[in-house]
Write a protein of this length. Structure first.
Length: 451
């Protein structure tokens, strides 16, 4: 956008510069003739120097042709042609001015050299304000003209030649300083617009992060038969993990913990889509019979996620059906970390189940469910690989073994205590190292004896 604005500004300004060059060209031609006749170029340079000056003036005059052509409708409508003509005009214009200013400095000695250095430094430094630039340019031109026309021992034509050289030098520096000022202003404007855009984007991401957290389920209302607690801690503002728990027909409770490939906004959007698909699929009356077969329900949800998945995203998940009255738990593993059973009496153990493909990766997949009966006081822990792959300063992973060791000989006093203990163990292991992946876990505690 900035380049387009600069190109448009240059194209609108170039015809006026070209018109000014055409008006000055006859006077410059007469000046070259006078220079050649008076032999002024023999001072400080060779006798052929007037040819160089005449050539530079010719280049300046030719630079007006493509500049004036930019005013033609057919040229203005042809953007590539207009860009080429503008480039030709600018290159020839600055080449002519640069050559003329160099000749002026070389022919007129130390005074012109000092003036040139002052003008160049003043006009091309970014730190110099444009008012100071204008003051220095005006003072240089005024004092130089006064010196040339009043004090310097020069003839009439010599005064005119010297003044034109000074005017060329000042003009070159003024144009260069104007370009520097314009580009600096445009750069500051672009930087300011970019900062506003980034601030607005950060605000939108913050709102999206709060919205994502609000879409996660609140803790299950207290019941005497069971309790559920979940937590999702994203690695970035928006995470790709999610968890869900809800009740379906017949009193069964559905539990989901999932991890989308990748992180950030795309993963978060796909994760919310997967959460919605699994939730609505389980709640549809037509799938009430499928609640007894989680494999069929997950297979149907996989087909829905695969449709229109042009970005080829996928999500690993554990989907479970829990019956509070009996403690029966059926779950399907779609490429995810296996659940951990923490019994009230005994050692924790990983629950084995056939691993199917991640959801959304390929259509028409079959998933097999595993079944078990929970005893009073048993806890089932569902996690994502953000926990097992959490690394310390030596790049060692937390691993499955440490997850299991966290609960060795320490029965859970409830799902919240279970989740907090695991997160504390992970934080102690990483030692404050920034997490590289989203961390999600959910615990289900079966307590029928309290009913």
């Amino acid at each position: 956008m900035l380049a387009a604005r600069q190109l448009q500004a240059n194209q609108s300004l170039a015809p006026y510069i070209g018109l000014a060059i055409l008006i000055l060209s006859p006077f410059l031609l007469l000046l070259d003739i006078e220079r050649a006749e008076s032999g002024l170029f023999a001072v400080g340079l060779t006798g052929r120097s007037y040819l160089i000056a005449a050539l530079c003036h010719g280049i300046l005059a030719l630079s007006a042709v493509p500049a004036l052509a930019l005013k033609h409708r057919s040229v203005a409508a042809n953007s590539p042609l207009a860009a080429r003509l503008l480039r030709l005009h600018l290159n020839s214009f600055f080449l002519g001015l640069l050559a003329l200013s160099s000749i002026a400095v070389l022919t007129h000695g130390a005074v012109f050299m000092r003036t040139a250095c002052l003008l160049v430094v003043t006009n091309f430094l970014y730190l110099v304000h444009w008012r100071l630039r204008a003051a220095v340019n005006a003072a240089s031109l005024a004092s130089g003209a006064a010196l040339i026309f009043t004090i310097a021992p020069l003839t009439g034509i010599q005064r005119m030649v010297t003044f034109v050289d000074l005017l060329t030098l000042v003009l070159l520096c003024v144009i260069g300083g104007a370009i520097v000022h314009r580009d600096r202003t445009a750069g500051f404007l672009a930087q300011y617009c970019e900062s506003l855009h980034l601030a607005r984007l950060c605000d939108e991401i913050h709102v999206a992060s709060k919205l994502q957290q609000s879409l996660l389920p609140t803790p299950w209302p207290a019941t005497p038969a069971f309790s559920v607690q979940g937590m999702m801690r994203p690695a970035q503002d928006i995470g790709g993990d999610f968890y869900d728990h809800f009740q379906v027909q017949g009193g069964a409770v559905c539990l989901v913990v999932a991890d989308v490939c990748g992180k950030g906004i795309p993963a978060g959007l796909f994760g919310m889509s997967a959460k919605s698909v699994l939730h609505t699929t389980a709640l549809q009356p037509a799938n009430s019979a499928a609640s007894h077969d989680p494999g069929a329900l997950v297979s149907h949800a996989n087909d829905l996620l695969h449709e229109g998945n042009t970005e080829f995203l996928f999500v690993t998940a554990v989907y479970a059906n829990y019956h509070p009255a009996t403690g029966a738990l059926s779950f399907v593993n779609a490429g995810h970390v296996q659940p951990l059973l923490i019994p009230r009496i005994g050692e924790p153990r990983w629950l084995d189940a056939p691993k199917g493909r991640a959801l959304g990766a390929r259509a028409q997949q079959r998933y097999a469910a595993a079944h078990l009966e929970l005893q009073a006081g048993d806890t089932v822990l569902l996690i994502t690989d953000g926990i097992t792959e959490a690394m310390d300063a030596d790049f060692r992973e937390f691993g499955l073994a440490r997850v299991k060791d966290t609960f060795e000989g320490l029965p859970c006093e409830g799902p919240q205590a279970c989740v907090e203990r695991l997160l504390a163990a992970v934080d102690a292991f990483t030692g404050g190292i920034a997490q590289s992946d989203d961390i999600t876990c959910m615990a289900l505690c079966h307590r029928p004896a309290a009913a």
